[in-house]
Structure formats: C-alpha cells, structure tokens
Write a protein that binds this ligand. Structure first.
Ligand code: FAD
Ligand code: FES
Ligand code: FES
Length: 1361
C-alpha cells in the first residue's frame, strides 16, 4: 500500500481523487474518459492540434503564491503532472441539472454549435481566456461582461478546430463576453431582435459575473499543495525532485547502473509530435525544481528557468519589453505567441522546445529567435554545468537523455556605433518572420527567421549596416542556422540594390533546403523574401522603383517603411474576423417553422453532456479493436505477426476467416455494389483492412496493431493501377447505369464551328479532400440473447449498417439493432464509410461473446476514409470574341478507388453543377476508373464541387485568352430561364423560381462590386508585394428528395416523441423536425399550444423501432424527414378532431393536455408511423446562390488572406434561418478548405501520407474571411417544396470557388507586374492555379524568384538613370 506521499491527489469538478497506483504514461484525457463520468473533453486528434480535449487546470503557483487557471490539452497532459491540481471540464462549469454556465448559454444562443463535438473544448478555451483576463488587473468591466478584449476573445479559440460552423458564430459567442465589444457587431442570436436598443441587448445576454468561475477557487489554501517526491506505479515510477541536487541524485543512480531508462518531463506536449509509445522506468517531472521555474534578471539580461511554460515566458517578455521599451523582447513574445495554441503554450516549456530542436531536429521557432539574439543555455550533464551559446548548443551532438537544460538567457541588446568617421544615428533593428498556413499559429512554419541589425543612418538618410545576425530555421535542416557569410558580407555596407542582390545570392548558397524536404524550392524562396523584406524595411527599396532613384543604386532618402507584413505580423493587433453581417428573411406562414430557434441540444453539447458513441460507458468486459491495414496497393498477404513484446492482453486477431459460415465477407454496400470487410488472400489497395486486433484496452489494441508486421508477396500479380492514365490503359472502369449518365446538350461540332476562338485540350487536375469530422469513425457492439446484437454506430445510414451486419454475421435482419443518437460530424464520410466499423465490431463481439468497441485513431481514420474523388479533366472550348461560349467538351477521368461505393453518380453530379452556365453545346465523356486506391466516397457536394469548379476554370481560361474580366465572361454565359430549361430540363421549375439573376445583381449591389473592382486596381497599382483580387461566382445545384419515414407519438402528459429516418449530424435536422411537428399538430387548434415546440423531443434513430430509415445525405433529409413527420401529425390531428369536437360540446375551450388525456382514455391511437414518398414530378429541384470574395496575396510568401466574402443564398422559405445560415457559412468554410488549404496527399503506393493535424490543415478562425456577410434570401412560396423550403447543406460549399478565383485574379496581377519587370519566362496570363491554392502553389505562380527579378529591374533602371 502506497503511503500518503506516494499518492496522486487531485480534483475534477470538485470531486476528489486519490490514486495510489498510476501508470505514468496515462494521460489526463484517458483518465477522465475512462475513470470518471466527465465525458465533455473529447478525443479527436490525440496530438494537441484540435482543442477537443481542452480542460482548465487550476494550480497553485508557489512563486506567485496564488492559484492560476489555464487551459491545457488533456490528451497530452500526463495524469501524474496534475498532482495537487484541480481540473474543470465543461460540465463542471455548468450543466443541465445545476444550470448552464453563461458560456454554454451564449454558445447555444449564438447558434455556435452544430455537431457539437468541438463545443466543450471551445467553451473551456474561452473560459480560460476569460479567467486570465479577470486576473490581469485593470478597470472593472461593465456589468454582465468580463475583462476580456475582443481581440483576446478571438485568439482564445485560435487553436480549436471546428469542422461544422465556419467559426463566425463561435467568435460571436466569445466576443459577447468582451468588455470592449460593440453588440452591434454580433450576429444573429436568440437573445435580441433586430432593432433592440443596446441596453436591451446587453440585458438579454445571459449575464456573466466573475463568480461564474465555478469550481475554481482563488483561495490558495483550498488547493492541495502536494509536492510528492515519488509516485509509485510498480515498475514505472514518477519522480518530482524539488532541487537540482535531488535531480542529480536521481540521474546519478541511473549512471551507477541501478535503474533503466529515464524520461524527463515537463508539459509532455512533445509527445504530440513524436508520439512515443516507449515506456520508461523513471519519469522525472522537472517543474518542482525552483531554479527551472523562475525568472532572474540582471544588468545583462533575463534568465528563464527551462521548465517555464511558453505562456509564462511570453508574459515576462511582454512585461520586460514594456518596462524597458525593448522591441526585441516584444517581438520575440509576439512571435512565440504563434507557437501552437494557448492550451499548448500553457503547458509546453521553453526548455522542452529547445531540447526537441537540439535532440530531434524539431523545426522550432524559439531556437531560431534565440539564435539571432545571442541567447545562451545552461546545460547540466552529470555534475557538470556548462554555459553554451545557442549556436554551440544546437550544433553539438544530440543531448543525452539525462542531460538537463536548466536555464535559457536572453541578453539585453544595445546598439553599437560604427566608427565615428561619419555622423550617424544608430538603430537596433530586430524582425522575425514566420510563413505558415495559419497566421495565428497551430501550424508549423515552412520557414522562420529572425534578423538583428545594428544600422546607422548617415545625414544623407542612407542606411549602413554596422553588424547583423541572420538566423533561419524550420526549413528542413537539422537545426536553425546563422547565415554567417551573408552577415560578414553585409557588415559595414551601405544598403544598395547591388548589396541586397549580392546578399540574396549569398543567402541562397547559405540556406540550403535539403532536397527531401517538402516544397524545397518554395522554402528557399522564403529565405530570399524574408531577407529582402528585412533589408528593405530600413532602406526602402520600394520607392527605388522610381526611375528617379539615386544613380548609385542606393535607396532613396526617407526610406524605411516596411513593404510587406508577413501574415502573422499583420494580424497581430487587428481582430481576426473584423466584421460579419447576416441578413435573414424569416417567414411566419408556418409558425413556429421559419423561426430562428436555438438548435436542439446545443446547451448540452456545450456543457459536454450530449452523448456521442464513445461517451457511452463501456459495458463490463468490453474489448477494444484496432485495425491492421495493408500498406501495399496490390499484394498477397502471406502472414501477419504481432510484436511479441507488445502487451499481452490481446484477446484475438479477427480476420476474414472469423466470419461465420452462414455469413459473408461484406463491409458495406451501396445500390451499386458491396465492399468486402477484410482483404482475404490479396489486399487490393493500401489501407485495405487485413485484420482487427481486439484487446482489453484501446491503448493495447492500438499498440498491438501498430506493431503488426505483414509479410507480402507480389509474385505473379499484375502491377497495381495507381493513376487514371493506367486505368485508361487497362480499361479499368466501373459501369455507370445509363439512366444515371447525364445527357449532353446541343451539337458540339456545330458549337465549335460557330466559335471565333478555341482552346483545345487544356488540362486540370483536382485532388481529394478528407472529411476531418472531429469525431472519427466509431461503434460499440453489444451481444444480446439469442444471437442478437445491438450496435451503437456513429453513422449517417444506420439502416444500411444494420443490413450489412446481418449479412456479415449470417443472421436475419431482426437479430440486429443499430442505434444512432448523434454524429460528431459526417459530411458524407459517415455514410458508407461508417459501416465497416460497425460491422467489424459486431463480428468481433459475435465471435468473442463480449462487447467490442472501436474508436479509430486519427491516422487510421485518414488511411481508410477515402474522401473526395480526385479527377483529371481535359477540356476544349469554343467561344466568341465577346466571351460567349459556344461549345464545351470535357473528358473526365474520375479516380473512384477499388469499389463503386457511390461513384457511379459522380458523372451526374459533376455535369449537373457544371451546367450552371450556358455553354451553348455541351459534350463529354466521363470515365469512372477502378483503381487500387481506397474507395472514394461521398463528401459534401460529391462531384458537384468539382463540376462547379471546372466551370469556373473554363470561364477563367476564356477570360484570360480574351484579356477580358472573368466577371464579364460569367455574365455573358449566365443562363436565361430558357437556356436553364434546355440544360436542366423539368427540374428548372417555374420561371419565378429562377432567382439567380436577381441574386447575382443584388449581390453586386450589396457588396459594392463595381467600386471595389476599381479600388483593387488602384491598390494593385500602388502596392508592389501585395496584390488583391475579387471574384463573383454563381451556384446552380440540383438536389434530389428521397423517401423518408417518420413516427410521432403523443404521451399521456401531452409531450411528443418523434422518430425520423434522418440522423442529426449537426445540420439541425432535429430542430426543423420539432418545428414542423409543432406546426402540424397545432392545426388541431386548441388551447395550450403556444409552447408545443418545447414539448417535442426527437429521439435517436433505432433501426428496429423505425424501419426504412434510409440514409442522411444530399441536403434533403431534413426536408423529407419533416415531410414524413407532417404526414404523421396530420393523421394524429385527424384522429384527435372527433375527440376535440366531443370535448368542445362539454366546455368552452379545449386544452391540449385535456385533449390528449381524453384521447388516451377513449383508446385513440396516439402513435403514427408514416412514409414520405416524394412526388416523382418534383423529386429534384435547383438551388441558387452567389458569392463575392476578395483576397490579398502576399507575393513574398504566397499567403492568401481572405479579406471579405459576401454570399446571397436562396433557401426558399427557410424552416429555420439560424440553422440554414449555419449550414451556408459552415459549408462555405469547408469549401475554402478544399480550394485553399487541404492537401490529402498519399505516397506512391496510394497510402495516405498525411496523418493528423500536423500535416492536414483545415480552416481555422484565422483563415476564414475577415469580413463575412451572408444573406439568406426568402424567395417566397414554392408550392412543390416542403413548406416552401429549399436545401442549404451542400450548395454553399461550391461557392468557395469564389475565393480561389479571387486568388487567381490577385496572382494574375502579380504576374502582370512580373512581366512589366522584364521577366519573360513562364508568365503567360493563362496559367492554372492548382486546387488547393496553398502558399507554395501561389508563390510559385507569383514568381519564385520575384525578388531577384525585381532587383534586376532596379539595376537596369539605375543603369539607365
Ligand atoms: C500542437 C503543437 C504545435 C506546436 N507548434 C510549434 C510551433 O509552431 N513552433 C515551435 O517552435 N514549437 C511548436 N510546438 C512544440 C512545443 O513548443 C513543444 O512541444 C514544447 O515546447 C515542449 O515542451 P514540453 O514541456 O511539453 O516538453 P516535453 O514534451 O515534456 O519534453 C520534450 C522533450 O524534451 C525533454 N526535456 C524537456 N525539458 C527538458 C529539460 N529542461 N532538459 C532536458 N530535457 C528536457 C523531454 O525529456 C522530452 O524528450 C508545438 C507543439 C504542439 C503539441
Ligand atoms: S484531442 Fe487533444 S488536442 Fe486534439
Ligand atoms: S460543431 Fe464544431 S466540429 Fe461540429
């Protein structure tokens, strides 16, 4: 039995835990989710990159002598590090039983959650920021608000990912707490109505007061202040030495050979990157050693203890920078605030970062900065303390595991003077640079740099460099380096064009990006860009473009203004989402349908009480599964072996051989085909499931699966088909049923004949996109009596899962029951792709007679997901000189992967959305290629987003060819209603429903398009290194209704329970269903119906309770579910009418509750089950919308900032404008991820080469439009639609092409400038901008050597001058 000091003691939401034995590798998240009832911290990435697991830690700081509250990622925080701390999770802030916290209520009221999986983490990040603001001193905020500022509110959630909302409503919820918020700036919410005064608005907000720091007590004595020296865990121990001497003792014991491997630990965030699974004998927590946790200052500089968190270092640097007016400290602080996210910086230590850089070549920001400012570290090796310059530290051989970084010093810097021969004013200049896909952090940089120069300015205003330090890092080299040759060259030089030119040449030789590094050429160009910007920032090369520049080529007087801001710098002090406007035109025709009601369950989502599959407690005896998948595309599996050193608690390795004799090797099925669950003899693609390891814990299962070795053999097998070209060569295609193959329009040859110009055989390639739902694929199977099985599945199609499970197990359908309550994001990825997970759980549970659950780790999820269909498109287009297109021919090769899945519908979808323009004649050949890749599946707007984009690419190409504005070409080719009918046939509906022309013009007016085009031209003419572009694109997208069931039951107390086939994925389906139920039942017209909607509850999908559920996809499931429910309600009303009439005879008014009581007593059936079958004549319809986006491209880094987006979208008569607005914004932001950011790369064998948040970058708060205006148009009555409503889930995603086209316009401006500078190679105006247009892509098109070209031009101008 452990003695008291050896116990780990902490609190969670006020509940005390004392643990005698803890495995030191246990994370806080694992403990919370498996050992407590607190499930609000979610597991999503397990690497610190998403924020789903954020909790607030309250810890007593002995140095400050007070308790501090700060957010941490519980997936990386080791449980042993929280000894004596208090943990608060979102349900600890407030909950449905004790009352929600104002944060929860505001998240709900601002419509800031959809699937809700990210929401508790968001709430905790915000709570931590509020908490920090409250303890920062300063004047009290106005009542109901906190001391948070708007800027801090936005930054608070900069590291939290949300895949659903598009962030805007989340930002509003956060900003609503800020003392300096202008309530006018906050978007649609349930607290106030348009026109309410500011007083009313602030009164309506759920009031916040500092006492809302539930569970967090500022009284230090209430904290358990324990400093246990050792926590026992049998073989693995956790030590917390309190002094260097104790540390040395622990380390020495080892060197004497007494103990085995040692791991020094501070925040353990390094494990987010390195994912060590190795177990150590001793874990030594460094944070209790005073020397490592304090800051010391003397006349020469500041010394930081190595265990100080980055957040603390930032705080000290800022404070010091302010008191000394020291730009170096300030700038270091600003830069390292871009490291990771607040919840990582709060626990990540300064020393840990440097050790990772030193020992493992980690692309550190801190190492680069400290190298430039001449920092040093004190290193302890055994008894030996050594002070090393940063350069010595980084360049020595990798530190030993027992070497300890004790302190890190940053010197105070004073400018020195150059020799006194000329009178000078000397300035110390320090700048840091960071080019990364996310301006605010949570993304490793492609390159970083820090430059420090002593610069003198002569009387003539010329800049002389006395001395300079140039440090570059994170570009693939072993560690940050100084470009010494460049430094030596620049020292003592006057800055001239020639000098800059030479310095750049030398820098290119000095900073050599290793060839194997991704985007090597791009990274090299960044070094040039950074150096150029720095030298120019004090010498003003911009104005030297003028022919009047000094004949010596020196930079003109008065120079010194920076010409570019790297995105990170530019965003520093401004708000991220500067403004947003939502216009919603609601309608009360079908009240409460049409009301922007709060989404059902949003408050419990915020508090974390909403139950997702992985939140269901494991039944006793539950096992966990983890996949072994093939890494070869086409190979025979000879043998599978597990590492024998791995944990012994593996219960079984399930393969195809375990499928019961009566069953079938089937993992999913669509209307086109079925897919095997496991590869049998031969694996057909990299990622093919070979086996499932089932073990007692998830960790064991994952480790065992990871350790698995597969022996392959490819003898006698054909080579795999990995490219669409190979598929064509080998005629490897899937058949597309003729009724699904789209119809051509007009006569292509005739159209071409009438063309005045032709572009022939142009090519576009489009890549894939990963769903990145926050909740990965998951299921839990529980065996029941008599060979029955209940499976909880996070699925968009439980009914299909049900059928496939039955087939696989060889049992009748009625033996299986699949339950789905809610899904943590689907986007199509939890349709067919969720089924194998449910099936394999059921199979393992069936075989082992024990419950089995699976929750895929992010990497495996990315391997098996499939994702969006990549395509190769070749097109030929004919057109007239005025831009009118007369004919378009497309040859499209679609990579469908190994099985059909839903791929045969792709041709229909691609062409459907491409027909948004009148092409004159349209001809195509589309091949759906069968390849040795994972099956590609539906992803939000499958095929449609590609089709819509192809249309824009053709338009842009024609415009470039004709030297016309793309917008003019678009206008020239927009449909009239007649041409719409020609292209789309009967689904075009009535002329009055064709709202696109109206939307198109309305948008131009509301966003001031004409004037902004002119302003952009001016901007581009006067800015050399930043170019802007603007683009307007339309969307015309068909959707199709499907049959859907519904069941409405009225209970004794008058409350109503509804079941629908549609699944709540976050799209607000349940909310709309509730509204329609209330509307339809209200037609009974009795008293007490005012709050009927509150009496309606939609419950989980249960495939035995409601059959024929179908699947939730294609944007129309909400509508059809509502229609089904309406049928049920109508029937109920019919049944209730006679009862009501009877009652009315006896009394004046009839109350709802009395009516129901009476119906029950008289035996009226109060449960109705109905099936909605859409009318075949109006089963499909068109949706319309348009978007204008304006972007700014930074020519030096390739970064694109979306300055503004305006959207107008026709929702018919929206059933719930708040929900539809969320769909529009969320879809748009997901689309901009596809167009601008997300690279779903695979290796040459087709295996996903991206495996999580480090290398797959979905949009974050800092990459969405800075100004984001959305208008939901109410286009009135649509007779054939469900309550006049139209779809909102997918079409708006297509509008994100506007961002890509705007970026293209900006790149075009950059290329024109390059041409003017005399660059002749490869700068035609008819270029293709890849999708996604990432920073390297944009930079390549803006000229990798733009700086060199510019300097050459300047030299020429000089010479002429
Ligand atoms: C999501 C995420 C994003 C990130 N982004 C960036 C980024 O953009 N730029 C950047 O520079 N960094 C980034 N980092 C890295 C981050 O700064 C480091 O993970 C962190 O500073 C490590 O500190 P730690 O206390 O958590 O170290 P730990 O994880 O506890 O330790 C890391 C390693 O250092 C050893 N160690 C720790 N302290 C000492 C010491 N004093 N002496 C000797 N050995 C020691 C440990 O044994 C271990 O091997 C990111 C990290 C995460 C998780
Ligand atoms: S799960 Fe912890 S940050 Fe993603
Ligand atoms: S609501 Fe944010 S991930 Fe779904």
């Amino acid at each position: 039995m452990a003695n008291e000091d050896d116990r780990l003691v902490f609190e969670v939401n006020g509940q005390r835990f004392e643990l005698p034995e803890v495995d030191p590798s246990t994370t806080l998240l694992h403990f919370l989710r498996s050992q407590t009832s607190f499930k609000s911290p979610k597991l999503s990435c397990a690497e610190g990159g998403c924020g789903a697991c954020v909790v607030v830690l309250s810890k007593f700081d002995p140095v400050l002598n007070r308790a501090e509250n700060f957010s941490v990622s519980s997936c990386l925080t080791l449980l042993c590090t929280i000894n004596g701390c208090s943990v608060t999770t979102s349900e600890g802030l407030g909950n449905s039983r004790d009352g929600f916290h104002p944060i929860h209520r505001r998240f709900a009221g601002f419509h800031a959650s959809q699937c809700g999986f990210c929401t508790p983490g968001m709430c905790m990040s915000l709570f931590s920021a509020i908490s920090a603001a409250e303890s920062s001193g300063g004047p009290p905020p106005p009542p109901g608000f906190s001391k948070l500022t708007v800027a801090d509110a936005e930054k608070a959630i900069s590291g939290n990912l949300c895949r659903c909302t598009g962030y805007r409503p989340i930002v509003d919820a956060c900003k609503s707490f800020a003392a300096d918020v202008d309530l006018e700036d906050l978007g649609i919410n349930s607290f106030w109505r348009k026109g309410d005064s500011m007083e009313v608005r602030s009164r309506q907000l759920p009031a916040y007061s500092p006492k809302d720091h539930a569970c967090l007590n500022d009284d230090p004595s209430s904290y358990v202040r324990r400093e246990a020296r050792r926590l026992n865990s049998g073989k693995h121990s956790w030590f917390t030495p309190a002094s260097i001497a104790e540390l040395q003792e622990l380390l020495q014991l080892d060197s004497a050979g007494n103990a085995g491997r040692v791991k020094l630990v501070v925040g353990n965030t390094g494990n987010g990157y390195y994912k060590e699974t190795e177990r150590f004998d001793k874990y030594i927590d460094l944070r209790y050693i005073r020397e490592l946790s304090v800051v010391r200052k003397d006349a020469f500089g500041v010394e930081f203890g190595a265990a100080l968190s980055i957040s603390k270092v930032v705080m000290y640097l800022k404070r010091e920078g302010k008191s000394r007016v020291d730009p170096v400290f300030d700038k270091i602080a600003d830069h390292i605030e871009k490291i990771a996210s607040p919840f990582i910086r709060n626990s990540a230590s300064l020393g840990g970062n440097l050790v990772m850089a030193q020992r493992k070549d980690f692309p550190s920001d801190i190492a680069t900065l400290l190298l430039a400012v001449g920092s040093s570290v004190v290193l302890l090796s055994g008894r030996n303390r050594e002070k090393l310059s940063m350069e010595e530290f980084l360049s020595r051989p990798a530190m030993d595991a027992k070497d300890v970084v004790l302190t890190v010093s940053i010197p105070f810097l004073e400018p020195s003077r150059i020799d006194g021969s000329i009178e000078t004013s000397s300035r110390l200049l320090f700048k840091t640079y960071r080019a990364a896909p996310r301006p605010l952090g949570n993304a490793l940089p492609y390159m970083n740099a820090a430059f420090l120069a002593d610069v003198s300015f002569g009387k003539d205003g010329r800049a002389y460099i006395d001395s300079v330090k140039l440090a570059f890092g994170a570009y693939g080299a072993k560690h940050a380096t100084r470009a010494k040759k460049v430094e030596d060259y620049l020292a003592g030089k006057m800055v001239t064009v020639e000098v800059v030119d030479e310095a750049i040449k030398l820098a290119k030789d000095a900073i050599v990006v290793p060839e194997e590094t991704s985007h090597a050429a791009y990274r090299s160009s960044l070094a040039v860009g950074f150096l150029f910007e720095f030298l120019n920032s004090f010498s003003g090369i911009n104005s030297a473009i003028s022919p009047a520049s000094d004949s010596n080529g020196s930079f003109p007087e008065g120079a010194g203004k920076s010409i570019i801001d790297t995105p990170s710098i530019r965003l520093q002090n401004s708000t991220i989402l500067s403004s947003a406007k939502q216009v919603v035109e609601s309608s009360s025709d079908y009240y409460p349908v049409g009301e922007p009601m709060i989404k059902s369950g949003s408050a419990i989502q915020a508090s974390g009480e909403a139950v997702y599959v992985d939140d269901i407690p494991s039944p006793p005896n539950c096992l966990h599964g983890s996949f072994i998948y093939s890494t070869k595309p086409l190979a025979r599996v000879k043998a599978i072996s597990l590492d024998s050193r791995e944990p012994a608690d593996v219960a079984a390795v399930i393969t195809a051989k375990d499928i019961p004799a009566a069953g079938k090797n089937i993992g999913s099925m669509s209307v086109f085909s079925s897919e095997p669950l496991f590869a049998e003899e031969i694996t057909r693609f990299a990622g093919d499931l070979v086996a499932l390891v089932v073990a007692e814990t998830r960790k064991s299962a994952n480790q065992a699966a990871e350790s698995a070795q597969i022996e392959y053999d490819t003898e006698g097998l054909d080579p795999p088909i990995l490219t669409v070209e190979e598929a064509v060569e080998r005629s490897s295609y899937f058949q597309v049923p003729p009724f699904l193959y789209p119809a051509e329009v007009g006569d292509f040859s005739k159209g071409m004949d009438s063309a005045e110009h032709k572009i022939l055989s142009a090519e576009i390639r489009l890549g894939s996109q990963y769903y990145f739902y926050m909740e990965t694929q998951t299921a839990l199977a529980i065996p029941d009596e008599d060979n029955c099985m209940t499976v909880y599945s996070s699925s968009q199609c439980p009914e299909s899962a049900h059928r496939v499970i039955a087939k696989c197990l060889g049992v009748p359908d009625h033996n299986i029951r699949v339950l789905t309550r809610r899904v943590g994001g689907g986007f199509g990825g939890k349709a067919l792709k969720s089924i194998p997970i449910a099936v394999v759980c059921a199979l393992a549970a069936h075989k082992l007679r024990r419950p089995v659950r699976i929750y895929l780790d992010r990497k495996t999820d990315m391997v098996v997901a499939g994702g969006r269909h990549p395509m190769k498109v070749t097109y030929s287009v004919g057109f007239k000189s005025d831009g009118k297109i007369t004919a378009l021919r497309l040859d499209i090769l679609i990579n469908a992967g190994i099985t059909e899945d839903i791929s045969p519908i792709l041709p229909h979808n691609v062409i459907g959305s491409l027909k948004k323009y009148n092409w004159g004649a349209l001809s195509f050949d589309i091949k759906v290629c069968k390849m040795n890749h994972s099956s590609k599946s539906a992803m939000r707007g499958p095929g449609e987003v590609q089709g819509s984009y192809i249309a824009e690419a053709v338009i842009e190409h024609v415009a470039s060819f004709l030297l016309m504005e793309a917008d003019a070409v678009r206008i020239r080719n927009l449909h009239s209603f007649d041409s719409l009918k020609l292209f789309h046939g009967s689904i075009s509906g009535e002329a009055s429903e064709f709202t696109l022309p109206y939307i198109w013009d309305k948008l131009a007016g509301s966003c001031n398009l004409g004037q902004r085009v002119a302003t952009i031209e001016e901007f581009n003419a006067s800015n050399v290194w930043r170019k802007r572009g603007i683009s307007r694109v339309p969307v015309v997208q068909a959707v199709i209704m499907r049959p859907a069931p519904g069941k409405v039951s009225i209970l004794w107390d008058g409350s109503v329970v509804v079941e629908v086939g549609g699944i709540e994925l976050g799209q607000g389906l349940w909310t709309k269903v509730r509204q329609v139920t209330a509307y339809a039942l209200a037609s009974i017209k009795c008293d007490g119906l005012e709050d009927l909607v509150e009496k309606v509850r939609v419950v989980q999908a249960d495939t035995l309770s409601l059959v024929q559920g179908g699947f939730t996809a294609g944007s129309t499931t909400s509508e059809s579910s509502c229609a089904a429910v309406r049928l049920c309600c109508n029937e109920l009303v019919e049944r209730l009418k006679p009862v009501k009439d009877q009652l009315q005879k006896q009394r004046d008014g009839v109350k709802w509750n009395d009516l129901i009581l009476q119906a029950n007593t008289t035996g009226v059936g109060l449960a109705v089950n109905s099936m909605f079958a859409p009318d075949p004549s109006s089963i499909s319809y068109l949706n319309y919308g348009a978007a204008v986006s304006e972007v700014e491209v930074n020519i030096l880094t390739g970064a694109t900032t979306i300055l503004r987006t305006d959207i107008v979208y026709d929702c018919g008569q929206s059933m719930n404008p708040a929900v539809d607005l969320g769909q529009v914004e969320g879809a748009f932001v997901q689309g901009l991820g596809f167009f601008m950011l997300e690279e779903y790369l695979s290796n040459p064998d087709g295996l996903a080469a991206v495996d999580g948040t480090w290398n797959y970058k979905i949009p974050t708060i800092d990459t969405i439009p800075k100004q984001f205006n959305v208008e939901i148009l109410n286009s009135g009555h649509h007779q054939k639609r469900v309550l006049s409503s139209k779809a909102s889930g997918e079409p708006p995603l297509l509008l994100a092409a506007a961002v890509h086209c705007a970026a293209r316009a900006a790149v075009k401006a950059a290329r024109k400038q390059l041409e003017r500078w005399g660059c002749v190679d490869g700068i035609e105006q008819t270029f293709h901008l890849d999708v996604p247009a990432t920073m390297p892509v944009v930079k390549r098109l803006c000229g990798m050597d733009a700086v060199e070209t510019y300097l050459k031009m300047l030299s020429r101008v000089d010479k002429k001058g």
